[in-house]
Design a binder for this molecule. Structure first.
Ligand code: FAD
Length: 447
């Protein structure tokens, strides 16, 4: 398009090593009349831009971030004066505003949300389509080499590298998802299968977050497939809700709560993040499998992030800030605006229920129902106490017990507390003892 580009490589001589200092160096060299910058996705960068206004003698203009459909102001207006912020209400507004899956002002299919159809446990065998692979080009090969040299102790496995790194290839990934995976996306959205990190998920978050894919066009592609009769409503509505509902809502929450969101700690959780989040070395099959996938692909799907690694951190009382730093480090799609509310708000309930109406806490019962992990595990999913009992079980009851004053009044937790209250003192004492024993093992690296 005729733009001159100043391209600074990480290993260029003179690279100041930080974004802020590099902008300062460029301003000194180029002496621009004005700086045009897309509104940042991170509080830290917004602070930096505020600082530019004082330090640089030029106009600074913020441009709208087109990676989102709503503006930050629109979200703030919607949130203003509401007692409760619930994604579902925001999502309905977004459906009306975009016209996606709408007919004469009404939701297509007669209801807004088909989530109830999207919770099937895995089948014995899934025929999962192979994903397109994108051969690294010369630039990517050089970057891989640079990362290998500079970050020898990194967590993730760098090769094989299959990500799209251009808009064109990201569009091919979208086309492939829409034609091959979307029809099954809804049914098995919550299922977890050993050795199948992707199932029917889109793997598009990295591309949408980086700006390769436009969120509206991505949703319109899904809608068109429904109109042609090639994918069912539960799959298409579910996919569109993740993007125009959850993704936009999460971003709105981030800006509403920053700065300081990362310091929230409703349960006063203080345990250190166990080493097995990095090594995968634990006898808990579900966690070792999710960490393995994470290391290999810089990816794991939503339910694995939420109900395996997130749920364990919630139940075991791990310090939210350490959990947040882990999620931010390990996933290719991780940007603070999306990772932080998902971790602090959704997975850990550390904001006390601003984002979620109740904690996503679950025992081994849920994991066993929705995955095949428990079959080959050293721990027994159906035991609550004793050395072989799955750690999730005693931790689950202990979590409810120890946080009674904070949760018992939540009407969505009523059934769980009624079940807890049915336990006699002897059983409760055994559960507490097992939970303490699990935590000790976690601290000493023997879990
Ligand atoms: P699909 O299941 O195919 O969903 C389609 C799209 O919907 C995604 O590509 C994404 O753009 C959007 N989406 C779905 N769920 C969410 C959500 N909860 N929040 C925002 N967008 C959503 N997502 C990130 O993009 N970056 C993160 O750093 C991130 N960290 C997370 C941390 C935790 C603890 C949890 C519980 C969730 C996190 N998520 C994050 C949300 C979600 O897990 C990922 O967006 C999703 O797994 C990406 O895989 P996919 O593209 O195959 O998604």
């Amino acid at each position: 398009d005729g733009w001159n580009v100043r391209y600074v490589r990480l290993d260029d001589e003179g690279n100041a090593g930080t974004f802020g200092e590099e902008v300062r160096r460029a301003v000194k060299d180029i002496r621009p009349d004005r700086i045009l910058v897309t509104e940042p996705g991170e509080w830290r960068v917004e602070e930096m831009i505020r600082d530019w206004r004082e330090r640089f003698d030029c106009e600074i203009k913020l441009l709208r971030d087109r990676r989102f459909l709503s503006t930050r102001q629109e979200f703030a207006d919607w949130a203003e004066g509401r007692k409760e912020l619930r994604m579902e209400n925001f999502y309905r507004e977004m459906r009306k505003a975009t016209g996606l899956l709408m007919e004469d002002g009404k939701p297509v299919g007669g209801q807004w949300n088909f989530d109830r159809d999207n919770r099937k446990p895995p089948k014995n065998r899934h025929d999962i389509p192979d994903r397109p692979r994108f051969e690294p080009d010369e630039i990517t090969v050089n970057v891989i080499k640079m990362v290998e040299d500079r970050f020898p102790d990194r967590f993730g496995q760098i090769e094989p590298f299959n990500f799209a790194v251009t808009k064109g290839d990201a569009e091919k990934a979208l086309d492939h998802f829409i034609s091959e995976c979307l029809p099954m996306f809804g049914d098995y959205q919550d299922a977890m299968v050993t050795g199948e990190a992707f199932l029917y998920h889109s793997l598009l978050s990295t591309y949408i977050n980086a700006g390769f894919l436009d969120p509206l066009k991505t949703c319109q592609a899904a809608e068109a497939t429904y109109v042609k009769g090639n994918a069912p409503i539960n799959a298409v509505e579910g996919f569109i809700r993740q993007i125009i509902g959850w993704r936009e809502f999460i971003r709105g929450i981030y800006w509403m709560k920053m700065p300081g969101y990362e310091d929230e700690n409703f349960f006063d959780a203080k345990e250190d993040l166990p080493d097995f989040y990095w090594t995968g070395e634990t006898k808990m099959r579900c966690i070792s499998e999710v960490v393995r996938q994470t290391r290999e692909y810089a990816y794991s799907h939503h339910i694995q992030r939420l109900m395996i690694t997130g749920n364990f951190a919630l139940l075991a009382g791990i310090d939210p800030k350490q959990v947040h730093e882990w999620y931010l480090a390990v996933y290719a799609d991780a940007y603070e605006w999306v990772e932080m509310p998902n971790t602090i708000g959704m997975a850990l309930f550390a904001d006390g229920g601003l984002l979620a109406s109740k904690p996503y806490s679950a025992s081994a019962n849920y994991i066993n129902k929705m995955s095949d992990f428990c079959g080959n595990c050293s721990y027994a999913h159906n035991q609550k106490t004793g050395d072989r009992a799955c750690p999730f079980n005693s931790l689950f009851w202990d979590f409810l017990d120890r946080n009674r004053d904070k949760l018992a009044n939540n009407h969505r937790m009523g059934m769980m507390y009624r079940n807890l209250d049915r336990k006699d003192d002897k059983e409760l004492a055994k559960l507490r003892e097992r939970a303490e024993n699990v935590l000790e093992k976690m601290r000493s690296g023997a879990l």
